[in-house]
Write a protein that binds this ligand. Structure first.
Ligand SMILES: NC(=O)c1ccc[n+]([C@@H]2O[C@H](COP(=O)([O-])OP(=O)(O)OC[C@H]3O[C@@H](n4cnc5c(N)ncnc54)[C@H](OP(=O)(O)O)[C@@H]3O)[C@@H](O)[C@H]2O)c1
Length: 341
């Protein structure tokens, strides 16, 4: 197999960024032997600066750094500019693992535009830029013949986009239903076992499943963005967040869950898109479902999606790790698929 060398620039060295660097280290031989890829991390950015050049020391050394605080490294540069790096280094893939801001899209939006304008493919776990300017970024990527991939932002380790785009090729997706947020599914599962809403949220925090501020999850916005990405990418829609009616699970009464359980049913936060009489409806809301629903058995932090198609019937996918390592693995998968689609 001919070997391809690919340069990477990593934006963000938090939970997902670190898990990604760890995967690069773990999978070096596998990537070379199975995919003919040698991935070279050339720069790592945090909010105040970055590490450049990364050549010259091992990934393991970065990870072994106590607290993984890059600022103690000799190659740390305060206020390092991405602009100079994407011009100086031969283009490869910009990997975005910075925080998701669903209102402004920043900082990821500026980074993605800069990368795509400078010949770099973009692989992102960050939902913000896509929530704010999905079509603009897609157009820019396609105009410049570059890849823009976002499995890590859509449902991460659950390969919802790959199945929708590749395995359902030729079929029309008439509707989608998904449990796309592991944190809310965990909270609802805990409530199904008798906890109140606030006890379930607290349990999710204690187990490190919910972020200290889980607003985006419990208010339904995280599910809404993932639904937008799947609908736009797989169904060819042009949804904006404002097109989706969003109701979360905040303060959901325990009696509702209890009644559903007594009737052998279950409450799930479902993201749904349907094509109806020439129009599209898109929503996120807690729904009572029974055992005949394909996502009935999706419990805890698991996720799931069902595609309803014209020629292939209903296709359901469940599982996938809901954690930084699962998200990092989805990012790595996207990089591999740019070079070996
Ligand atoms: N955590 C998960 O399981 C998961 C799963 C799927 C998708 N995601 C998405 O993945 C992304 C990263 O999540 P995370 O949990 O790793 O977040 P995190 O732990 O908060 O890490 C964010 C990193 O981004 C850096 N950063 C912030 N602003 C920056 C800027 N302007 N330029 C460069 N770097 C900047 C931060 O730097 P400082 O350290 O200097 O603050 C930090 O290193 C988010 O968009 C999230 O929605 C996360």
């Amino acid at each position: 197999m001919t070997e391809k060398a690919v340069n990477l620039v990593l934006m963000g060295f938090g939970n997902v960024g670190k898990a990604f660097v760890k995967l690069l280290e773990e999978k070096t031989d596998h990537l070379r032997e199975s995919h003919g890829l040698s991935l070279f991390l050339r720069a790592i950015f945090k909010s105040t600066g970055g590490l450049f050049p990364c050549a010259g020391f091992k990934l393991k050394d970065i990870l072994d750094d106590p607290g993984a605080d890059l600022r103690v490294h000799a190659f740390w540069k305060q206020n390092l500019s991405l602009e100079s790096i994407v011009r100086e280094v031969e283009p490869g893939v910009l990997v975005d693992c910075t925080p998701s801001n669903l209102k402004t899209g920043e900082p990821g939006l500026t980074h993605a535009r800069l990368a795509l304008d400078s010949g770099w493919h973009v692989v992102t776990a960050n939902k913000g830029p896509l929530a704010v300017n999905f079509s603009g970024l897609r157009e820019k990527a396609s105009r410049n013949r570059l890849a823009l991939k976002f499995s890590g932002a859509a449902a991460a380790a659950l390969p919802a986009l790959d199945v929708g785009l590749c395995s359902l090729a030729g079929a029309e997706v008439l509707a989608v239903e998904g449990i796309l947020n592991g944190t809310t599914n965990f909270i609802l599962t805990e409530m199904g076992e008798g906890r109140s809403y606030s006890e379930a949220v607290q349990e999710a925090r204690v187990r490190g499943i919910a972020e200290p501020d889980p607003a985006s999850d419990v208010e339904g916005w995280d599910t809404a963005v993932k639904l937008l990405l799947i609908g736009n990418a797989v169904m060819g829609l042009n949804l904006r967040l404002s097109d989706i009616s969003v109701e979360g699970i905040v303060g959901l009464p325990a009696e509702l869950i209890d009644r559903a359980r007594r009737e052998g049913k279950s409450v799930k936060l479902l993201g749904r898109i349907r094509r109806e009489q020439g129009g599209i409806t898109a929503s996120v809301a807690p729904c009572v479902i029974d055992h005949s629903h394909p996502l009935f058995g999706v419990e805890g932090t698991a996720k799931g999606i069902t595609y309803f198609t014209d020629t292939m019937g209903d296709v359901t996918l469940t599982g996938g790790k809901s954690d930084p390592r699962g998200a990092a693995a989805a990012v790595l998968k996207d990089i591999i698929n740019i070079y070996h689609p």
